[in-house]
Design a protein around this ligand. Structure first.
Ligand SMILES: [Fe+2]
Length: 307
C-alpha cells in the first residue's frame, strides 16, 4: 500500500471544488485575531458557504466521523489537489483554509510564521526534525503546552522526488490500553520534558514537567507523547522504560503511507500521533526547490472555542 487506504481518504465532489473556487475567491482573506485564531467574522463568512452547500456538509460530517470517533484511528486524508491545480497555490491555499475552518478554527500557534507554515527539506539541520530529511519519530505537536492544538494538518505541496518519506500515524489510546498498570502509573507522573517553548500563541502555557497521561477522556485530554524526548532520558529510570513501552505499542499499531500532491492529512491530536519515515537517498543531488514541501496548519476544535 503506497497511499492512504481509501477508508481514510476524503475526495472532494466536483460541485464542492467549483463552489470553493467560484465563491471562495470573494470571501475575506484568512486574517487572524490577537490569539492567533482565524477572526470570528471571517469564520462566520466561511461558515455561510458551508451552510448553503449540502455537499460541503457531507464532506464535513465524514471528516468529523473519521477524526473524532473515539474508537477510530483519529486521522483523515482530504484530497485537495484539484483546488491547488485549478486555482493555483494562493487561491488553492485559501480554499483549503475555508474547508478546514468548517470542522475547526484555524490556529497559527507559531508567532513567527504565517497561518500555513511551510515545511521544506533542510539537509543542514537535525534529520529527525519536521523539516529534516531523516526519520521523524512519533509525536504530537507542541507536546509541552497546556493546550496543544486539537488538530494538526499537513498539506503535501511537493512529494519527495525520491519517492520516500512515508507519513506514519498511530492510535494513542489503543496503545495506552495495551500497557501494564505499572507502566501507566509511571506515565501518569509529571516528570517528562521536551524541548523549548517560545514565540507560541493560542496553545496555553508552557507545561513542564508534564505527565504523558493526564487521566482525562480523549475528548478533553492528551496523551503527551513524543519519542523525541527519549534520547535525553536516563536509561535506568523506569519512566524511560514506560515511554519506550508506549513507543513499542505505537509502532506495533502504526500505519504508513505516502502523501501525494494535494493530500491533506488531518490528525486529531487527542487520539493519534504522527511521524515520518526518512526521505529517499541522494537528497543532496536534488535542488532545494524540488525537495519535499508540506504546509502545516493547526486547528482548535470549534467546541473549545465556544466555551
Ligand atoms: Fe509534527
Amino acid at each position: 500500500m503506497t497511499t492512504a487506504p481509501s477508508t481514510f481518504r476524503v475526495p472532494l465532489p466536483e460541485t464542492l471544488i467549483n463552489l470553493l473556487g467560484r465563491r471562495g475567491i470573494d470571501l475575506p482573506a484568512a486574517e487572524l485575531d490577537g490569539g492567533g485564531l482565524l477572526r470570528k467574522d471571517v469564520s462566520a463568512a466561511y461558515d455561510r458557504l458551508r451552510a448553503e452547500s449540502p455537499e460541503a456538509q457531507i464532506v464535513v460530517r465524514r471528516c468529523r466521523d473519521l477524526l473524532n470517533d473515539p474508537d477510530g484511528d483519529g486521522f483523515a486524508v482530504l484530497e485537495v489537489g484539484p483546488l491547488l491545480d485549478r486555482y493555483g497555490l494562493d487561491d488553492g491555499q485559501k480554499a483549503a483554509t475555508i474547508l478546514l475552518s468548517w470542522f475547526g478554527v484555524p490556529l497559527r500557534a507559531f508567532d513567527k510564521w504565517p497561518l500555513w507554515k511551510p515545511l521544506g527539506t533542510n539537509l543542514t539541520i537535525d534529520p529527525m526534525r519536521a523539516t529534516g530529511s531523516g526519520y521523524n519519530p512519533l509525536h504530537i505537536d507542541v507536546v509541552n503546552a497546556t493546550e496543544p492544538p486539537d488538530y494538526s494538518a499537513l498539506l503535501c505541496v511537493r512529494p519527495d522526488p525520491r519517492g520516500e518519506g512515508r507519513s506514519i500515524v498511530s492510535q494513542l489510546r489503543r496503545a495506552v490500553d495495551r500497557l501494564s498498570d505499572g507502566e501507566r502509573a509511571f506515565l501518569a507522573e509529571p516528570v517528562f520534558r521536551d524541548g523549548a517553548f517560545y514565540d507560541l500563541t493560542g496553545v496555553g502555557k508552557e507545561y513542564g514537567p508534564f505527565p504523558v497521561l493526564d487521566g482525562l477522556p480523549a475528548s478533553e485530554g492528551f496523551v503527551r507523547f513524543t519519542a523525541k524526548m527519549l534520547p535525553d532520558m536516563d536509561l535506568r529510570d523506569p519512566h524511560t522504560s514506560a515511554v519506550r513501552a508506549l513507543e513499542r505499542e505505537l509502532i506495533a499499531g502504526q500505519k504508513k503511507f505516502l502523501l501525494g500532491f494535494g493530500d491533506l492529512i488531518v490528525v486529531n491530536q487527542h487520539l493519534c500521533v504522527h511521524g515520518r519515515e526518512a526521505l529517499g537517498q541522494g537528497q543532496d543531488e536534488v535542488s532545494e526547490v524540488r525537495r519535499r514541501l508540506l504546509w502545516q496548519m493547526f486547528l482548535r476544535s470549534a467546541e473549545a472555542d465556544a466555551r
